[in-house]
Design a protein around this ligand. Structure first.
Ligand code: PEP
Length: 245
């Protein structure tokens, strides 16, 4: 399966630096065989969309509202993201679950809204350190998949252990394999045969130096990259070791 390398820029980059970073990534992308996605902050989407037009790099946002439109001050609807040039959106990132109390039911509603706007949803799941220490990682993540993934889902799931995000720590390769196998099983349970072909990304402190090992783990369909996606060289070195097909 062709792997997807996605960059989550979080709340970083004004329009100028965002366009410059996108330009550097797009310039090198023709030699890369994997799928590439970058997710800048909302305010930089238009500038980055202009840079990526005609390139192989897809544009995504970091969140959307579940409603198509309405009185939701400060929020952004999925059709608005499609309108600005996005083809994907991250939903249920652990920072949204943690800091804004997003539930899996809300995440599922956002994934439904994304699909209705023809956006590929990247649904994030992952256990906390306390849940892992209690031996509950697989159980917690399985429940998140069952509750966050809507019927007929055609997007991507990203497994991101909360304790590995931005910390420089990663699970062992055996743990990554076990969690991805558990997620695959949950997707099959949730979606039947359709759950067998969906990509499951690994995210959490992916860097150029550990990418080859992580991307070689069975059932890893790519990477969701935070900090390392803010440097074009580092991001492209990760993409260079991803599978082409
Ligand atoms: C993320 O926030 O999705 C992430 C994986 O961050 P980092 O790569 O910095 O751990």
């Amino acid at each position: 399966m062709r792997q997807l390398v996605a960059g989550n820029w979080k709340m970083h980059k004004l329009r100028g630096p965002a366009a410059a970073l996108a330009r550097a990534i797009a310039a090198d992308s023709p030699v890369l065989g994997c799928d590439l996605l970058i997710c800048p902050p909302f305010t930089a989407l238009a500038a980055v969309a202009a840079v990526l037009r005609g390139s192989r790099v897809a544009l995504g946002a970091q969140d959307c509202h579940a409603a198509e439109s309405g009185a939701f001050t400060g929020d952004i609807a999925a059709p608005m993201l499609a309108d600005i040039g996005c083809s994907a959106v991250i939903v249920g990132h652990s920072e949204r679950r943690q800091y804004y109390g997003e539930t899996s039911a809300q995440v599922r509603a956002k994934a439904v809204a994304a699909a209705a706007a023809a956006l590929m949803a990247v649904v994030c799941v992952g256990e906390s350190e306390a849940e892992r220490d209690a031996g509950r990682a697989a159980e917690v993540v399985r429940a998140q998949v069952m509750e966050s993934v809507p019927d007929g889902f055609e997007g991507v799931v990203a497994y991101e252990p909360v304790w590995a995000i931005g910390t420089g720590r990663t699970p062992t390769l055996d743990d990554v394999a076990a969690m991805h196998a558990a997620i695959r099983q949950a997707l099959r349970h949730r979606l039947g045969l359709d759950g067998a072909g969906l990509r499951i990304l690994y995210g959490g402190s992916v860097k150029a130096q550990n990418a080859a090992a992580l991307l070689a783990v069975p059932e890893v369909g790519g990477a969701l990259v935070g900090g390392a996606s803010l440097d074009s060289g580092e991001f492209l070195r990760i993409a260079a070791v991803a599978r082409r097909g």
